[in-house]
Ligand binder design. Structure first.
Ligand code: HAS
Ligand code: CU1
Length: 540
């Protein structure tokens, strides 16, 4: 159970996450204005790249890591009905991550780490950036360790019992992140930091990109899993029903864990350093990893249908209208699923080698990930915050309609922002560039879409600020919440026996080890077996 001190601890995480989100949202709006090329006054590629690097790092690493840690601690205590294990160590993890964020912020904001959130060499950042990123990751490892420890303690105290689903999924995510972050940790510790410090003159971008791809795909599921935990463990009850199948949910989380790791080469299809055979192997895995999302769509929609029919919905589609659309958790889930259809479709296009040649490094790719990350994923982070806020702060949300307005505007903003990016990508607009006025017939066709993206960006910024306002005002001025709502029971009707494979991770860790050796062993080893050439640094 969450005691008062742990509630405060979780709130600290959420506020760091959401403060980062607020700042990054402001930068995002500046970027759509700058990138459109329609306002020559604010054009500066130096400021643009500092901004887009800060925006990406804040959204992809700071918002996510702190939110996932805070939500994980809350889930572990609520679902297992256990106090937080070793709060002192947990605080150490938190402060390490905060220190890392602050360290990285200095070079980011002063234009000395304009390397974008993927920090691919040979563009070089100031050493402080790499050290800050490392500390953030080390802080998150403390979280992983505590999650796994609480899961193991609970299992020891309840021999043979089924681990509650939200905790099973949280543990899967902690294990996933430990495996995933190893790739980037090797890259940063053995390549980037020695190179940034001048201990070595050159860096091998091929090896660095290979190691980063090891992290880059699973990290997106690290971000996504908390959203899926909400879909499985909060949404069915909020809609007035129950989860369609606890076992299918576990299958989905296990598949996300195992299959998301050995497939990173779909980010390197157009790179020369890896062979086509390995790219094919990773492509097959990429199509397989779409399955747990299809399973999730099925199970969650089935749960919603059961709820809608219980609420009196009839006919083929009548249950959809019967759902409580005015409940923020249900509304966010419905909008999230809608965005997942389009975002997932884009993902399948990316994953298909021939079509990837068409969209790779174009505006299509940021279109894809803003839709599926900022859309599908972050809208559920927002819903989780609304859901947990009364329990954490002791106060009810100050308004029932403002969260609905906020979620709808976020959804509309995302659609208006990302649809033009998909089209711009198909029209050949590159990603990772600042201004795009080439003054040719080709770029004339881009103009209407550039205007649309500014409108989308403005709606999103307004929605982001409203989100922060709702949380802050509710925490300060909301009516005291009745005691009954404070005791969140996250458990999704667990207790029914499940197969031991769906209640533990030993076998799955072995499977991951084998798949990683098969898909990454030689591709990494080859850099040490053949003569390769390094690159000197470019950058600030
Ligand atoms: Fe992705 C690039 C492939 C999912 C994030 N992706 C990125 C990047 C990011 C990202 C950040 O293969 C950019 C990296 C960079 O900077 O270079 N992605 C996929 C595939 C999936 C996928 C196959 N991506 C995600 C998720 C992300 C994310 C999730 C963040 C959270 N992605 C790629 C590829 C690239 C890539 C290539 C490299 C592109 C390049 O060339 O650079 C899959 O997991 C998607 C599976 C999803 C589906 C959708 C199923 C639909 C469902 C909805 C059901 C709803 C119903 C409606 C029925 C197949 C489940 C109910 C409605 C009611 C109203 C009741
Ligand atoms: Cu990926």
């Amino acid at each position: 159970m969450l005691d008062t001190a742990s509630k405060k601890f979780v709130l600290y995480h959420f506020w760091v996450a959401f403060a980062a989100f607020g700042l990054a949202s402001v930068l995002g709006f500046y970027q759509v204005l700058e990138r459109s090329g329609l306002l020559p006054l604010i054009e500066s590629s130096r400021v643009y790249f500092a901004s887009v690097s800060t925006h990406g790092v804040l959204m992809a690493f700071v918002l996510t890591t702190f939110f996932i840690m805070g939500f994980g601690y809350a889930t572990a205590c609520n679902a297992l009905r256990m106090p937080l294990w070793n709060p002192r160590l947990a605080w150490v993890g938190f402060w390490l991550a905060v220190a890392g964020t602050l360290l990285a912020a200095v070079p980011l904001l002063s234009g000395k780490a304009s390397v974008l959130y993927t920090f691919y060499p040979p563009i070089q950042a100031h050493t402080l950036f790499y050290i800050g990123a490392t500390l953030l990751v080390v802080g998150s490892w403390v979280w992983c360790f505590i999650m796994i420890r609480m899961y193991l303690d609970w299992k020891k105290q309840h021999p043979g019992a089924t681990v509650p689903l939200p905790m099973y999924a949280t543990t899967a995510n902690a294990i996933l992140w430990l495996w995933a972050s190893l790739g980037v940790a090797l890259e940063v510790l053995f390549q980037l930091i020695p190179w940034a410090l001048g201990w070595v003159d050159t860096v091998d971008p091929g090896l660095a990109r290979t190691l980063f791809s090891w992290t880059l795909h699973p990290i997106v599921y690290f971000w996504l899993i908390p959203a899926y935990i909400a879909l499985y463990s909060r949404v069915p009850q909020a809609a007035g029903g129950r989860l369609f199948s606890d076992e299918l949910a576990r299958v989905a989380f296990v598949m996300l864990l195992v299959l998301s790791l050995p497939i990173g080469f779909h980010h390197l299809y157009m790179d020369p350093e890896q062979g086509s055979g390995f790219k094919l192997a990773h492509a097959v895995g990429t199509f397989l990893v779409a399955l747990p999302t299809l399973l999730t769509g099925f199970t969650v929609t089935a749960s919603l249908e059961m709820a809608g029919r219980t609420r009196g919905g009839v006919g083929l589609m009548g249950w959809i209208g019967a759902l409580p659309w005015r409940n923020p958790v249900v509304l966010a889930a419905l909008l999230s699923l809608l965005m997942l259809i389009a975002g997932g479709f884009g993902g399948i296009v990316n994953a298909s080698y021939a079509m990837n040649t068409m969209v790779h490094n174009t505006a299509w790719v940021p279109g894809h990930f803003h839709l599926i990350f900022a859309g599908t994923t972050v809208i559920l982070y927002m819903a989780i915050a609304y859901d947990l806020w009364p329990g954490l702060t002791g106060r009810q949300l100050h308004s029932t309609s403002a969260p609905l307005l906020q979620l709808w505007t976020w959804f509309i903003g995302i659609i208006v922002l990302t649809s033009p990016w998909h089209v711009l990508g198909l029209l050949g607009q590159p990603r990772r560039i600042s201004s795009v006025t080439y003054n040719s017939l080709l770029t004339l066709a881009w103009t209407p879409y550039e205007l649309a993206m500014i409108v989308g960006g403005a709606i999103m910024l307004a929605s982001a600020l409203l989100f922060l306002h709702i949380l802050a005002k509710s925490q300060k001025k909301g009516v005291m919440a009745p005691a009954s709502t404070l005791d969140q029971t996250d458990s999704a009707e667990s207790g029914a026996p499940v197969h031991s494979l769906l209640n533990g991770f030993k076998v799955w860790n072995l499977v991951i080890l084998v798949l990683m050796l098969a898909n990454y062993g030689y591709p990494i080893l080859q850099f040490f077996l053949t003569r390769t050439y390094g690159s000197v640094a470019f950058g600030y």
